[in-house]
Design a protein around this ligand. Structure first.
Ligand code: HEC
Length: 101
């Protein structure tokens, strides 16, 4: 009986440690996007979250973002989504390139 309650206490401790770790990890991921107050970031978050998590800008060098955005427009068309206007695309590109590799 006594042994069982020690084990139960250990389990509760373990679970609470695991949970607080998970929360900290999530906070960190969110705050990693650079320049979150900018209009560029807001446009990027709006245009790039429909199909997958928005990518971190620093996963690609600046020039690669041009072709990647072009491909994402194709995905939009294929899924029947509204495509980005030239102005919107320019704003997203500027945001990605200013924080690229
Ligand atoms: C209509 C759905 C859709 C939207 C909206 C979308 N994507 Fe994608 N994205 C995809 C699909 C499908 C893939 C996997 C195939 C591929 O790589 O083309 C992908 C893959 C990616 C990848 C990984 C491949 C690589 O080249 O590194 C990146 C980065 C990416 N998208 C960036 C973006 C950005 C930036 C935006 C906002 C402008 C965006 N996506 C919006 C559908 C979308």
């Amino acid at each position: 009986m006594k042994r069982n309650s020690v084990i139960a206490l250990l389990l509760v401790l373990l679970l609470s440690v695991a949970c607080s770790d998970a929360t900290q990890g999530a906070d960190k991921t969110v705050s990693l996007y650079p320049d979150q107050q900018s209009a560029g970031f807001k446009q990027f978050a709006k245009q790039c979250s429909a199909c997958h998590r928005p990518p971190m800008p620093n996963i690609h060098p600046a020039n690669l973002w041009v072709t990647t955005l072009y491909r994402m427009q194709k995905h939009r068309r294929q899924r029947g989504l509204v495509i980005m206007t030239d102005a919107e695309q320019q704003q997203v590109l500027a945001y990605l390139q200013s924080h690229s590799q």
